[in-house]
Design a protein around this ligand. Sequence first.
Ligand SMILES: [Zn+2]
Length: 471
Amino acid sequence: MQLYNSATRKKEEFIPREAGKVSMYTCGPTVYHFAHIGNLRSYIMEDILEKHLRFTGLDVKRVMNITDVGHLTSDGDTGDDKMLKGAKREKKTVMEIAKFYTDAFFADCAKLNIKTPDVVEPATGCIDDFICVISSLIEKGYAYEAGGNIYFDTGKLDKYYIFNDFKEEDLAVGVREGVEEDSNKRNKADFVLWFTKSKFDDQELKWDSPWGVGYPGWHIECSCISMKHLGEYLDLHCGGIDNAFPHHTNEIAQSEAYVGHEWCNYWFHVHHLNTNSGKMSKSSGEFLTVSLLEEKGYSPLVYRFFCLQSHYRKNLVFSWDNLDNAKLTFNKLIAKIAPLTTEAAGEIDKAEYDRLMNGFVSALDNDLNTALAVTSVYDVLKSTANASTKLALLNEFDKVLGLDMVETAKKFLEAADDTSDIPAEVMELVEQRKAARKEKNFALADELRDKISAMGYEVKETRQGTEIIKL
Ligand SMILES: [Zn+2]
């Protein structure tokens, strides 16, 4: 597979260190609030990547952390403690908040058909591992104590700027609003590995350490959890593009200082989901969650389909109109698949099967081109192969795409037989249209169809009879 590697900024052939096996790490959520659909876009695309690697025969072990301790609101060592903020907002303990939002995160993932990673590890379960790695970094001269905290010394590295898409001045402290200069740091890029001097008097979670009672920094979490489960070499590290710097840069710095060799070969970063007013975040604009989509009548899988229609390395613009378009396209696709579920009989057309399968696999092999993979679904529908061949292909494609295409199409047929959900006004127009068609009054039939679609339903004639689809 050709995969874009953000560390080298090139598309490269993906070659795992150990033939046939892939070690994969994903930065998990900070569980202080619901995930917004922008965060979930990353997890959807990472899920497709994992499933595609498995589909092509690789044995993937994927690990994810859960940030349930600390994690400050800025990417540096400053700002508010997100977990503490969530606990205060909801008048719960930090661990209650963590449990509630961890469950909520995986419930959202399940609705989006995102597979749970093989290992999910909360940071609070690994404090001893963090202490062990930090101690070793101090011993090796890569970390120092100042003002009660332990810092990583970026001045000791030959190269620090591995994701150097950012400008040197971004590193300058004090330039961003609300960021105070930390006078304990030897270099401005240094970061905290362990805090004992918390600026939060009411910090709830604290642990004993050789340096005093305190809590770990955010970055050390991912390095330690990855190495704990995947060893000192990692094939593939995933995350949202906003984690590339400083989080992933710092992960590389401390991991390589600790193991003494290169750590991770491929870095996969998913770009932002924007709204018309800019990058989506929890603090600005409408807080878009999976539950909100459902409340507004969108299946979470329509959102997954919407994400698949564009490339993960492009910013994607979310609007309700764009989601409506995706919904319409998805429903039409399902309506096209529906008749296959009853027609499927006969032998698989091997030649056509292989040709269409190759098209699908090579789309994803080309830096995970999901839009082209979706086009492969239409290629199947257009093919001259029999229904069994088509259905077999769609079932296979869905192992990666995760759209429940065939299952949804079956439900669609059942629902089409059952018109009890459809408003009486719509059914009345459908009947009038049938009569108009019988009388060959096609102008009236078209007019009635437009009226029906203005009411949110599509009506069409198929071999099975009249089909009414909710748009
Ligand atoms: Zn991470």
